[in-house]
Design a protein around this ligand. Sequence first.
Ligand code: FAD
Length: 328
Amino acid sequence: MPKGIWIFVEQYNGQIRKVSLELLSQGRKIADQSGEPLIAVIAGEGIRDLAGQAASYGADQVYLLDSPELKQYTTGAYTSAFNKLIKDNDPVAFLLGHTALTKDLAPRLAQRLGVGLASDVVDMETDPEKFLVFKRPVYTGSAYSFVGTTTRPVLATIRPKSFVPSEPDTSRQAEVVDAAVSVDPADLKTIIKDIAIAVSSRPALTEADFIVSGGRGMKAPENFKILEELADIVGGAVGASRAAVDSGWIDNKFQVGQTGSMVAPTLYIACGISGAIQHLAGMGSSKFIVAINKDPDANIFNVADYGIVGDLFDVVPLLTQEFKKLVN
Ligand code: FAD
């Protein structure tokens, strides 16, 4: 009999990703409704200290996969270790954040386990037959599909910011279990020798509450400085349209949209972006959208809460001045 709702608590350099805290909080609600225990699964090396945080966000139990083989993510090692852990313990559901790591891991796990996968989920509800039914955007967000599986475990990746994290309760305790890590040597096809990290003081796009993005209207790479200045006042992130990325003005990790990051900040400011469907697919769930465009008929104004018709090179510095006054 499958047992337990598992949440993949993704960590990077000893920091739990925000989406995992959102999932633990939502998982707690499902656990209370279904009577299943909520189990956090943390993988890496030297990760024991993270168990308490997982407990404070609702986990009843924490499985630690602590091993040098899992220090850095590799497809083979993580697929192997999780496949074995799941087969040995038979959870009802395994929920992961929809991140760069899990876009790689989850489909492989689904294939190994012979189960379905609901990816890029934005909402979920309990269901007597399928345990969970997931809401997923389709056709670049123009419609939603509702999917569930009868196979176990129910496997899904959940888009960041789909759920609000609860207030942590530091008095909560969870049983911590050192899970045996079993990695099949045949799975180890990649060895990571070194990692070069681009240092940035700005938050990751998918986790940022404030994003200011530039499109083709930015006209040149050096002009992104005015967006960086605005973003830095409120500790926000800088994003871009694909046109700006394809022009070579900004790295593609900053691209927002169907083939970039899916973001849902509290405030998204689109500067010189026309509002193509593929861009809207990535930022349409933002709470407030402000568009700055000199074309009054630009499609971005159809989704914007506030629209400013004007030249971004005039408007952005004015906005920056006003934001400075607000934070000072
Ligand atoms: P444009 O459409 O050229 O718009 C530029 C805008 O800037 C115009 O509205 C103009 O009025 C305005 N402007 C110009 N100068 C100024 C100024 N000085 N002040 C104010 N406004 C000014 N796009 C994405 O963004 N993300 C994706 O993930 C993505 N994925 C795609 C996937 C596929 C399969 C395909 C086919 C396309 C994808 N695209 C994506 C591309 C998308 O279709 C558009 O081409 C792109 O979003 C356009 O970028 P843009 O709005 O910056 O440029």
